[in-house]
Design a protein around this ligand. Structure first.
Ligand SMILES: [Zn+2]
Length: 661
């Protein structure tokens, strides 16, 4: 029922060529081992990894995952895999959807044993692709048993914590292997999960039966299983956010503690409104039911990860209990929900892959992520999860960061879409110069630019809302992935409002574009300005933020203990010799506190005296003077009188007097 198809396998043709190339290369590179010499037994030449084909797998894989050893953060896995023929290659998922990169946690795997009819069979890891395991299947064997453990991180330096005493965040791709040679949608999985006693769970999967702490799920294709993570824990609440009987949406909250589950009526109302606004914007849905898997935890690491019928949404434990403090990250649910339409239902053609071991190509992430970043923020505003002023401040912060980040001088935005493969989210030394993943935020501003351009050209009769309805609001109720290309995006823009959209996007996405992308503000009736006044929402958020932000003034962010987080390239701090590996100890001879530095910056506006900062770097101390007198420079958007207030219309709830929908 949830089997997905793809409308064009063109991307796969390219991917298949890559896989075939690697297979041939493996054969060419592998030494031929003598088969009968004495001494240590040689490792036999592994067969090539079979490229995936769109044909049914002969039988269903039975998968049992045991999470009852959550105290040791160990997930034990047993698989029973039907086999045909004499060889089998098992793949551990490498290219993870939503990560857009080869981030499958192969280093966390341990205790692999393969058996047939109770007898051990040797396995050989592929020497070129370490995610593949080759197995010679004994004659007459119809099924093999595979056991291993997923040894989840115990400390943050081992990776994101996924299991705690109270919570488990289970990505099925972490806890399974699957046979090579088939599309993921063609391999059925019958899945069983054993949970710690008393835990509840949420997932987009359908439960077939439950017995005690054991859950059996309805058989699904591997593709649906991997796309349907499960959150479980002792403190759990499920809230109905459905906008109609046809559009079933739930908020499944898993928390460190019971008190974190408290939701006020106002908070519930804006979450429901988010679902309503999305239904109006996209005029469709592409799920049976949708589950926001909301993790409120300090102990388990949160992610924002999209899926077709659910999303993983990590927030601090006080998401509900300190609502005013959470303005900054509040677009997460709108962003991940939007991905059900953009990224899952509609997917860039060369990002679609037949299984999890074929490389992805990320060149359209500025649409997949950039437009999602735009709609996520717009829906958050329309739902009332942020006020219009808070929304404008958030957009201003994004543009202000481009004002002080010169990476756009050398790196066109399109090149940043390679970053998930280049660095897989590992930190870089000079973020404003390397600009690792600007396709999110720069993409967001480009789509605001496009939205206001459509509004201007059409006399405010059309907008990017019309694009959303045409592009995403098709095949209502269908899960069948419909891929898109750049030409499809341009054609739909032209359908909404004829214009040189190819030239518009070429200039902004594919060519060097060093200027701050703020045309959307100008056309929206606002301009980017700076002041010494921190917005109220930022003051409320500051105690929960991991650093103090002096990026738009001195050009650095500083953690609570004075450790620098980032230094902006070419900023006053950079030019004075400050580097991101320093610790700020004193300001003008007094121990550093964020308040002291703020007061010093304000006072320096009225003098010509340089600011004197004492830094520690390794075991040496260094005094650095910065001749800066520009104040605190909090970014804002200021209304330009006499111009159309298109930004107000974009952020207003649908159907309201200010809104244009
Ligand atoms: Zn995203």
């Amino acid at each position: 029922m949830l089997k997905t198809l793809v409308d064009s396998p063109a991307a796969f043709s390219r991917s298949r060529r890559i896989v075939t190339f690697f297979a041939v290369a493996l054969l060419a590179l592998s030494p031929v081992y003598a088969q009968s010499s004495p001494g240590p037994q040689p490792v036999p030449l592994p067969p090539p990894i079979v490229a995936p084909a769109d044909k049914p797998y002969p039988g269903a894989v039975e998968l049992v995952v045991d999470l009852t050893d959550n105290a040791r953060r160990i997930a034990s896995v047993h698989e029973s895999i039907p086999v045909e023929g004499s060889t089998l290659t098992l793949l551990y998922p490498q290219w993870i959807p939503g990560n857009h990169s080869p981030t499958g946690p192969i280093s966390k795997l341990g205790g692999l044993f393969v058996k047939a009819n109770g007898k051990a069979i040797p396995w050989v890891r592929d020497r070129v692709n370490v995610f593949a395991f080759h197995i010679a299947v004994p004659e007459g064997v119809k099924s093999i048993d595979v056991d291993f453990q997923y040894l989840s991180p115990l400390k943050p330096n081992q990776g994101r914590i996924q299991i705690s005493d109270e919570i488990a965040d289970l990505s099925w791709n972490d806890v399974l292997m699957y046979p090579a040679g088939y599309f993921a949608r063609d391999i059925p999985f019958s899945t069983t999960l054993k949970l710690p006693q008393g835990w509840k769970y949420a997932t987009a999967l359908t439960t077939a039966s439950e017995s005690g702490n054991t859950v059996h799920f309805k058989q699904t294709p591997l593709e649906t299983l991997v796309d349907s993570p499960l959150y479980a824990g002792g403190h759990f609440k499920r809230v109905d956010l459905s906008s109609s009987p046809e559009n079933k949406v739930y908020l499944d909250v898993v928390a460190d503690a019971e008190e974190d589950l408290a939701i006020t009526p106002d908070e519930l109302a804006v979450h429901k409104k988010l679902v309503e606004e999305a239904a109006k914007l996209y005029a469709s849905h592409h799920y049976d039911h949708y589950d926001f898997l909301l993790l409120l935890s300090n102990n388990v690491g949160g992610v924002g990860l999209e899926h077709h019928q659910s999303s993983e949404d990590g927030h601090p434990p006080d998401y509900f209990t300190n609502w005013p403090g959470g303005v900054l990250g509040r677009d997460l649910l709108g962003h991940e929900y939007t991905h059900s339409w953009n990224g899952k239902f509609r997917r860039p053609a060369d990002l679609w892959t037949p299984n999890y071991n074929v490389p992805m190509q990320d060149d359209l992430l500025w649409v997949y992520e950039g437009m999602t970043q735009y709609w996520g923020n717009v829906l958050t505003a329309r739902a009332g999860m942020r006020t219009p002023e808070e929304t404008r401040d958030v957009f201003a912060r994004v543009a202000a960061n481009f004002d002080i980040s010169p990476g756009r001088d050398w790196r066109p935005m399109i090149d940043t879409t390679n970053q998930p493969v280049i660095s897989q989210r590992s930190p870089v030394s000079w973020v404003s110069w390397q600009r690792p993943e600007d396709y999110y935020t720069e993409g967001m501003l480009i789509w605001l630019d496009a939205d206001t351009k459509i509004r201007e050209l059409s006399g405010d009769k059309k907008s990017l809302d019309d694009f959303a309805k045409l592009f995403f609001g098709i095949d209502n109720g269908s899960y069948i992935v419909k891929t898109y290309t750049l030409d499809d995006v341009i054609a739909t823009l032209n359908q909404v409002q004829p214009y040189d959209w190819a030239g518009f996007l070429r200039k902004r996405v594919y060519e060097l574009a060093p200027e701050t992308p703020e045309e959307g503000f100008v056309r929206g009736g606002y301009k980017l300005t700076y002041s010494d006044t921190a917005p109220g929402w930022l003051k409320a958020a500051q105690p929960g933020l991991p650093y103090e932000d002096f990026s738009t003034s001195l050009g650095m962010t500083v953690s609570k203990d004075g450790m620098l987080v980032n230094v902006w390239w070419d900023s006053p701090a950079f030019k004075a010799g400050v580097t991101p590996d320093m610790q700020l100890g004193a300001v003008d001879g007094h121990t550093y506190t964020p308040d002291l530095l703020r007061k010093t910056l304000l006072a320096a506006e009225r003098t010509n005296t340089p600011i004197e900062l004492l830094f520690k770097r390794g075991d040496t101390f260094k005094t650095i003077t910065i001749d800066y007198h520009g104040g605190l420079r909090y970014p804002h958007l200021e209304r330009v009188p006499g111009t159309p207030a298109r930004l107000d219309a974009i952020f207003a709830p649908s159907g309201s007097p200010a809104g244009t929908q």
